[in-house]
Design a protein around this ligand. Sequence first.
Ligand code: AMP
Length: 510
Amino acid sequence: MISNIAQAIDKQAQAHLDKVFFDEMGTTHTYRDLLESSNSLAAWLDKEQSVPAGSPIIFYGDHQFEMVAGFIGGIKAGHAYIPVETNTALPRLQSIINTAKPRLVIAIDEFPTEKLDYDGAVLDRFELQQIFDQQTPYQLDHEVLGDQPFYILFTSGTTGSPKGVPISHTNICSFANWMLGDSFNIPAEQTFLGQTPFSFDVSHMYWLTSVLSGGTIKALPLPVVQNFGQMFKVLPSLKVNVFVGTPSFGEMLLLSRDFNAEKMPDLQYFVFCGEELTVGTVKQLFKRFPDAHIFNTYGPTEAAVAVTSCEITKDMVAHDKRLPIGVDKPGVTTSIWKDNKQVTEHDVHGEIIIAGDSVANGYLNNPKKTAQNFFMLNGVKAYRTGDAGFISEDGMRHIIGRMDFQIKLHGFRVELDEVRASLERSQYIKQAVAVPKYNRNHQATHLIAYVIAQPNDFENEQELTKAIRDSLKDQIMDYMMPTQFVYVDSFPKSANGKIAVKQLIAEANK
Ligand code: AMP
């Protein structure tokens, strides 16, 4: 069991000095590079007057080696990292600065200082490289430990201002031990696909797991991910063993004909997180990778990446029912609550509450929101997820959707995610999002379905809509059937690559 992340990383680095730790489209860095760079940065930070002890550091960049080496250097010297993706919208960036009050930004990519209200120091990539090159030895003696913040991530909401979530060393240590343990059984020294941006906590599933097990990260920079042609071409050559990412990203890769076990025989593990993993996606994956281990995991940023998991079996997908999110990780208990009471019966719906060692202490400098969402449950830290779910008889946890995506339509309670899942049962629909249309009195009057259709031969959209309605006759309650269908090629995405449902709702109600 790991009890000190900085020490555990150094141990792996010492054991694999000449192994490639990070490969960004052919530019490689070994574990020796990681050790020397992170040590040099930690030594520099200790000397640097402008960075007060324990103050967090913003790392601004994409998928570069310098980002991870920087995070680890900061951790060694007692500083939490705040990863911020290049080209983050200025209002979001300003809000992060205002909340976290950093005194140092390490800018791997060009940082728009002149457009921001920020008076701290900025270290650019060139200056960072000079520090890395010094190869200063470093002795760990005040690395981030216990309840100290390990990283601070900002929630990705498509509306409102982002909330900072400090995740402690205790939180992330518990996560790391789980990822490395027998819930997943991923062997050591694997090659991980590094696509998820560092500003999304799911990225820890590949980079932290990899560095703590002597693995290699094959990073996919954003411009490559945005260029399907390039991404699909490069993917088989990466020879990755482990996919980590959102179902949306998985769907994207399935568009490539080369995404299969024949062309990518090394790829054996798929770890999904962040949004619903649908039966349709898993069925396609099993077709392409018949022997793969596919995991569904669930969790919010506020509870250190993820807290439940299960391997999805062929049996589970055979029934065409929505997939479970699994069972609790060690150290965490999830339970279902309704009207301030814990639901003890199986299959009864309520809000998912997470309690245990993965739960953060609260939001950064935001006591009001902290008091709303965090509380103590039987002496243990707990978080109200705002997710609706239930526990089935076999102990599996299930998510139905967001509590705030529950609407009343003509007196019926409707879960938008349930409508979406029902729509996606139609053979004519590839992906769908259901959104409510409100009247002037803020009452939902009907549902609109935004649909990415499967390729089809219908003469026009009316015919397609009719076919969809017919195909769903016994699949969806009448009152849940959308009255309007809008056909689109893609959905807007949030900063973390998830479907931005709130944005679609806003657009539908402009
Ligand atoms: P974030 O804090 O951005 O990671 O978002 C967390 C939210 O994403 C959760 O509260 C859920 O609403 C959703 N989510 C995460 N994992 C899953 C999953 N496996 N299935 C369905 N929804 C998920």
